[in-house]
Design a protein around this ligand. Structure first.
Ligand code: GLA
Length: 513
């Protein structure tokens, strides 16, 4: 009898509490939602929620990072939360609002252009959760990866991202390779044709990475690019997803490196992106070393480009992990402010650039339309002074002659490719004008006089600022004219946002040969 009373009471308590428990746990768990992208693909979001009454906590998982949910609230079937995201150096609060209807969740998310995007989704399967939040495989112990002997001068070529973003495909790459042969870019030294993010498909049953439908046959594409006397590059991430949300190399590093080598790939850009969901920043060196080892193990010469936006003083350990170049900042955009800001951030990193190992201030924007020709000339000049990789980022299939003249200036390129491999330094900053100089192998120096002001201004350098004296031979590297011997120093009126690039030497260059 007492037992029956106990069971009935318990059943009553459960029956009474059950709706509360069910209601309270409604949104808890992992969710996956997608929205159509303008390029025809799908953007994906995952979120892990814990509901406690009307309070909601958890993580919003973007392709490249996890963000903690703040101010999460539930009201009936509706819920909302916000996250703090960094855009460059600025933190912004992004607000999300959702509704649960049956098993379908709808989430209205802020769009990059200021509007909103509607994601629709459902509870994630265990496999989807595990793919997004995988178990952390500890990265291997640190050890130096031997130098691969590549990139004795800064790599030169082209990369798809700055102009094409997700719109790159097999046809674009073939046409770009053709254009580089026809328009003089190859002859000027631009060798690598690099496919950035969005080539990746899914993995087959054996875990082999496949291309997506935009790239039907990567081996055939590599053969085509090679047949043009050019080399081909590819892109991946140590995380589960690339920055654009495509398949990354996590857990498949050696396998991916072997596949790239089998395709005939000559260059890998390896972009941190979602790796921050699995690793700490302090793991970066070991994580990059893992791919450095994997590339080396293939036996194929593959230039290794590290892309983690200059975190963790990458210049101090980039060479140790087998890196040939490493990004020093966040992404460039096609604006004067972005470009000139990035150039300034290279100051102080001079000692880390050397043959085989280069600071990378990001790809060129020359010819993409967001800056004037004057500003692009300053961009290109500074990149040459900085011994930066010269990866054109424009549409080379229909580049204007003025853009090509800029990218193909042999004497500016010779500064970038100088065999001493010493990065230039800022010699002076005088209000809105500045002078940068670079020591060259033959004892001469390249000097850039830059005017950051929004009006023309005079920029001057004295030979003593370069550690030189007397009367020097001066050549203007944009007009390609000798200016004769000049005593004491050099000064010029420079247009707003413009540059004058000169090469100065003490005595006549010795005839070659
Ligand atoms: C990051 C990189 C860019 C580009 C994109 C691709 O933002 O810094 O250079 O590779 O990812 O998604």
């Amino acid at each position: 009898m007492r037992r029956t009373v106990f069971v009935v009471t318990l059943a009553l308590i459960v029956a009474l509490l059950c709706p509360i428990v069910v209601w309270a746990a409604d949104l808890s768990g992992d969710w996956i939602a997608t929205a159509p992208r303008p390029d025809g693909g799908q953007s994906q979001l995952m979120f892990r929620l814990t509901q406690d009454g009307t309070r909601l906590t958890g993580i919003l998982s973007l392709p490249s990072r996890d963000l903690a949910i703040q101010d999460g609230q539930v009201s009936g079937a509706d819920f909302s939360f916000s996250v703090q995201a960094m855009f460059g150096d600025n933190a912004r609060t992004l607000r999300y609002a959702g509704t649960l209807s049956g098993t379908t969740v709808t989430l209205i998310a802020p769009a990059p252009n200021g509007g909103t995007r509607t994601f629709t989704g459902r509870r994630a399967t265990a496999a989807e959760s595990a793919a997004n939040w995988p178990e952390r495989v500890p990265p291997p112990a640190l050890h130096p990866v031997p130098d691969n002997g590549l990139a004795r001068t800064p790599p030169m070529g082209w990369n798809s991202w700055n102009h094409f973003h997700g719109q790159v495909d097999d046809k674009t790459i073939r046409e770009t390779a053709d254009a580089m042969v026809a328009n003089g870019m190859r002859a000027a030294g631009y060798l690598y044709v690099n496919i950035d993010d969005t080539w990746e498909g899914t993995r087959d049953a054996q875990g082999n990475i496949q291309t997506n439908s935009k790239f039907p046959d990567m081996k055939a594409l590599a053969d085509y690019v090679h047949s043009k006397g050019l080399k081909i590059g590819i892109y991946s991430s140590p995380g589960t997803k690339t920055c654009a949300g495509f398949e990354g190399s996590y857990g498949h590093e050696e396998q991916d490196a072997r596949i790239y080598a089998a395709w005939g790939i000559d260059y890998l850009k390896y972009d941190w992106c979602s790796a921050g969901k699995i690793y700490q920043d302090s793991d970066m060196q070991a994580v990059y070393q893992k791919m450095g080892d994997a590339l080396r193990a293939t036996g194929r010469p593959i230039v290794y480009s590290l892309c983690q936006y200059g975190r963790e003083q990458v210049w101090e350990w980039g060479p140790e992990v087998g890196g040939n170049l490493w990004r020093t900042t966040g992404d460039i955009s096609d604006h004067w402010k972005s470009m000139i800001g990035i150039a300034g951030k290279q100051e102080g990193l001079e000692q880390w650039s050397k043959p085989g190992h280069w600071n990378d201030p990001d790809m060129l924007e020359v010819g993409n339309g967001g800056m004037s020709d004057t500003e692009y000339r300053t961009h290109f000049t500074l990149w040459c002074i900085l011994a930066a990789p010269l990866l054109a980022g424009n549409d080379l299939r229909n580049a204007s002659r003025s853009t090509l003249d800029l990218l193909e200036n042999p004497e500016a390129i010779a500064i970038d490719q100088d065999s001493l491999g010493r990065q230039g330094r800022r010699v002076s900053q005088n209000g809105k004008t500045m002078v940068w100089a670079r020591q060259l192998a033959d004892g001469s120096q390249a000097v850039a006089l830059v005017n950051e002001d929004d009006k023309p201004g005079t920029v001057a350098v004295s030979w003593s600022q370069l550690g030189l004296r007397g009367s020097l031979l001066v050549r203007d590297l944009w007009t390609l004219r000798d200016l004769g011997r000049i005593a004491g120093g050099f000064s010029r009126e420079v247009p707003s946002h413009g540059v004058v690039l000169i090469r100065v030497r003490v005595s006549e260059a010795k005839p070659r040969g």
